[in-house]
Write a protein that binds this ligand. Structure first.
Ligand code: PLP
Length: 407
């Protein structure tokens, strides 16, 4: 980079980190690589015919509004459909000024950070957490306090001890807790009901917000639905982000945020400076699909297809891992979502091992990327939605060879 550009760059972009996953994805276009790296839905499951029908309907009947600029809050008929859906699924009511349609939940994360964070403000995050969240918060100057996760998610009971280590002034700088409570990316874990309630009580006591990011909630393969923090908390305490990337298709970049109307108002203001509005055409297509009640049957298909893939990955892991003669290796067995999280002996550094994995035509995401301080080196995230069952088994076999060579 030329010196003159370096001098001009903002502090914001200087601290920003590129997503390793996005970088990896470029590499993984080679068809002989079996990739457990991305978090992408299986393209074979995209509802192409339904989308064709919806596009045709929208173009024939609503072209004058949907090919035009739209409102920053989102296309009203879609917001109305979403409100009905939220009422049904979350058993809570939301009004039209408590919802904004965003360009993916990634934009929701960006907007939340934009309206809440000043340089040096603190965000409490899970360890591990979604790296796109870290990216968004870091780019607005966020600092992090990490709270480790166990089988039932973020160990919420450790938060107060962490707060005791901070001075009063520092506690005031905590703006929000960021939590992915359902089949978390990357760990696959789900926050227990007891911890959800405890987290809300802490947020009330210390007056911080909760940003609940839940893209995988509806991809449940076993067990009971857990109420959202949004539905459990007093209104105004939680901003909830939901996306259609994993339930419909990521190419439409459609998601929404719900929260107190004052928060949503600020997010709308923030969005106006970013992109004016979410494409109305995409919103009208989704609106048609929801009105026709065609999304839920599609989600049922996704759930059964991904469940088969998850079972295949779990049984392949049982078969091949750990390689003979190696100490134990553990992995999560989530009730839903698209990821498993694998923890290896401490001497294995999954970042160091990655180039060899790629040479062996297998890819994963190294765990360090999901920690705000990159401190944990011996974990990896495995995605099972993109590969066929045959490739999943072969991929785990290759992975076992790569791990074995670390002995
Ligand atoms: C936890 C989490 N939040 C947000 C996103 C971003 O999703 P979107 O495609 O809606 O921007 C993802 C995508 O993988 C995710 O896993």
């Amino acid at each position: 980079m030329g010196k003159s550009l370096k001098d001009k760059l903002s502090a914001r972009i200087k601290v920003a980190k590129r997503s390793t996953i996005r970088e990896l994805l470029k590499l993984l276009e080679q068809p002989d690589i079996i990739s457990f790296a991305g978090g992408m839905p299986d393209p074979a499951l995209f509802p192409v015919n339904l989308i064709k029908e919806a596009c045709d309907h929208v173009l024939t009947n609503h072209s004058e509004f949907t090919l035009q600029y739209g409102s920053s809050e989102g296309y009203l008929p879609l917001r109305q459909e979403l409100i009905k859906r939220i009422e049904l699924k979350e058993k809570t009511t939301v009004s039209e000024d408590e919802i904004i349609v965003t360009v993916g939940s990634q934009q929701g994360l960006d907007l939340v950070a934009k309206i809440l964070l000043n340089y040096g403000d603190i965000v409490i995050v899970e360890e591990p957490t979604y790296l796109g969240g870290l990216q968004a918060f870091r780019s607005y100057g966020g600092r992090f306090i990490g709270i480790p996760c166990d089988e039932t998610g973020m160990q919420v009971e450790l938060i107060e001890d962490k707060l005791k280590e901070l001075g009063k002034h520092e506690i005031k700088r905590i703006k929000f807790v960021y939590v992915v409570p359902d089949f978390q990316n990357p760990g696959g874990r789900t926050l227990s009901l007891e911890r959800r309630k405890k987290l809300i009580a802490l947020a009330e006591k210390y007056d911080f917000l909760i940003v609940e990011d839940s893209p995988y909630k509806e991809l449940r393969y076993r067990g009971e639905h857990k109420p959202s923090l949004f539905s459990l908390a007093p209104r105004g305490r939680v901003v909830m982000l939901c996306t259609f990337s994993k339930l419909f298709c990521p190419g439409f970049r459609l998601a929404y945020a719900i929260g107190d109307k004052d928060v949503i108002f600020q997010m709308v203001t923030g969005k106006q400076a970013t992109d004016l509005c979410t494409p109305a055409f995409n919103q009208a297509v989704l609106s048609y699909v929801l009105k026709k009640n065609a999304l839920d049957p599609h989600i049922e298909k996704l759930v059964s297809a991904y469940h088969v893939k998850q079972k295949c990955m779990l049984s392949s892991l049982d078969k091949y891992i750990p390689p003979l003669g190696m100490p134990s290796i553990e992995w999560t067995k989530p009730d839903g979502g698209l990821f498993l999280w694998m923890t290896m002996p401490e001497y294995i550094d999954t970042e160091r091992m990655l180039p060899r994995a790629i040479e062996n035509k297998i890819a994963y995401v190294m765990g360090a990327d999901f920690f705000h301080d990159s401190s944990v080196r011996n974990c990896m995230r495995l995605n099972f939605s993109m590969s066929s069952v045959e490739r999943i088994e072969e991929g785990i076999r290759r992975l076992s060879e790569v791990i074995n060579a670390e002995k």
